[in-house]
Design a binder for this molecule. Structure first.
Ligand code: NAP
Ligand code: MG
Length: 404
């Protein structure tokens, strides 16, 4: 066997839960550690360990990403009441992704993996459509209530410096109705725009941003203007990377995306990103083919699969039944982190290994070896699906041949 490739700087590894945790260990043991001499800073974000550490481990992991610049994360449980009971938790811990995202002030980008025999729902999409969602504010931090009788609803702003209040009429209700107040902040919108620019440069992809500024001249106009300012500030680097910035009305953006061949970063306001990322993920085939990366405005990266812990499959596994869970997005979380580490360290061997592993995964599926979720949509059709471990083993066999 060839000598292991040296990775010069550490990668922060965050373990997770359930079916994805099982795949995580198979991937690491069969596709990563046999080939790389790598310093993995391990944080166990599995629900038991988060509970034992009162969630301190999540904060420590986020600090480590800030220090080393690159992390790779397994899917984790975000506990609800049922999970608190199931795992006997001390409390309903916050979403680890939410904690890490707010500590890094990052934006999440979701990018599909394109495979020739897994056709997208939209035939013309032959390049990825990457969605960047601004994950702060708007309706996700709103205040809303039902006006249960006639009356006036107003927007009131009280300056902290004791200056005069601003009062704006929303509506004079003649009967029952509903009102909502929402906000965003300039630093958050700027960070979002900067993260999009960083990521577009790193991926060499055009940026599209859509809003409804014809109707919401002030609120949506605020986003449009700040985005345009940040693009202007980065004009030189964007030009050097050959990247175009395109502003569109959101409805026009939807129509243009459907007609396109893909190949753009679609920057979305919070609600648009929530809705459109699910549409695009479904359009490209399977959640098992959707990767996700968190990018901070100062260029720190955390890679993961977009899907959750695939709990239904895990319960089957616990019953002793075989599973056919797709590990591709989790493998690509590792390759994404390795490619970025190699780029930051100036070690083309490391990035080259990541690229090779990605190609081998795609070739494996194109040769007809795939998990059940893909078998159901493959064209040409395949007759048999691989079990969870069989797929990873098939990739490992090809990888061994390729590096020796
Ligand atoms: P999920 O894990 O995304 O899975 C939902 C369904 O999608 C699965 O039951 C399966 O469909 C299909 N699927 C998703 N990933 C797949 C894969 N890799 N291979 C094959 N099929 C796949 O969502 P969930 O089961 O509703 O959520 C489980 C837990 O994940 C929750 O506790 C949630 O908090 C957590 N979660 C974490 C993250 C994260 O850490 N980033 C994100 C989302 C959810 P079939 O059942 O039809 O086979
Ligand atoms: Mg959604």
């Amino acid at each position: 066997m060839a000598a292991k490739i040296k990775v010069n700087n550490p990668i922060v590894e965050m373990d997770g839960d359930e079916m994805t945790r099982i795949m995580w260990h198979l991937i690491k043991e069969k596709l990563i550690t046999p080939f790389l001499d790598i310093d993995l800073r391990y944080y166990d974000l599995g629900i038991k360990h988060r509970d034992e550490t009162d969630d301190r481990v999540t904060v420590d992991a986020a600090d480590a990403i800030k220090e080393f610049g690159v992390g790779v994360k397994c899917a984790t449980i975000t506990p609800n009441a049922a999970r608190v009971k199931e795992y006997g938790l001390k409390q309903q811990w916050k979403s680890p992704n939410g904690t890490i995202r707010s500590m890094l002030d990052g934006t999440v980008f979701r990018k599909p993996i394109i495979i020739n025999n897994i056709p997208p729902a939209v035939q013309s999409w032959n390049k990825p459509i990457i969605i960047g969602r601004h994950a702060y504010g708007d309706i996700y931090r709103n205040t809303e209530f039902i006006a249960d009788r006639p009356g006036a609803a107003e927007l009131v702003f009280t300056p902290a410096d004791g200056g005069e209040k601003t009062v704006l009429k929303i509506h004079d209700f003649k009967g029952r109705g509903v009102v909502m107040g929402m906000h965003n902040t300039e630093p958050s919108v700027r960070s979002f725009a900067r993260s999009c620019i960083n990521y577009a440069i790193s991926e060499k992809t055009d940026i599209w941003f859509g809003s409804k500024d014809t109707i919401s001249k002030v609120y949506h106009g605020f986003f449009r203007d700040i985005f345009a300012e940040e693009v202007e500030k980065a004009a030189d680097s964007l030009k050097k990377a050959g990247i175009q910035y395109r502003y569109l009305l959101i409805d026009d953006a939807v129509a243009q995306v459907i007609k396109s061949s893909g190949g753009m970063l679609w920057a979305c306001m919070n609600y648009d990103g929530d809705v459109m990322s699910d549409m695009v993920a479904t359009g490209f085939g399977s959640l098992g083919l959707m990767t996700s990366v968190l990018v901070s405005p100062d260029g720190k990266y955390e890679f993961e699969a977009a899907h959750g812990t695939v709990v239904r499959h895990y319960y089957e596994h616990l019953k002793g039944n075989p599973t056919s869970t797709n590990s591709i997005a989790s493998i690509f979380a590792w390759t994404g982190a390795l490619a970025k580490r190699g780029e930051l360290d100036g070690t083309p061997d490391v990035s080259g290994f990541a690229g090779k592993l990605e190609r081998i995964v795609i070739e494996t599926v194109e040769s007809g070896i795939m998990t059940k979720d893909l078998m159901l949509i493959a064209d040409p059709p395949v007759k048999k699906y691989a079990l969870t471990e069989e797929f990873i083993d098939a990739v490992a066999d090809r990888l061994k041949t390729a590096v020796n």
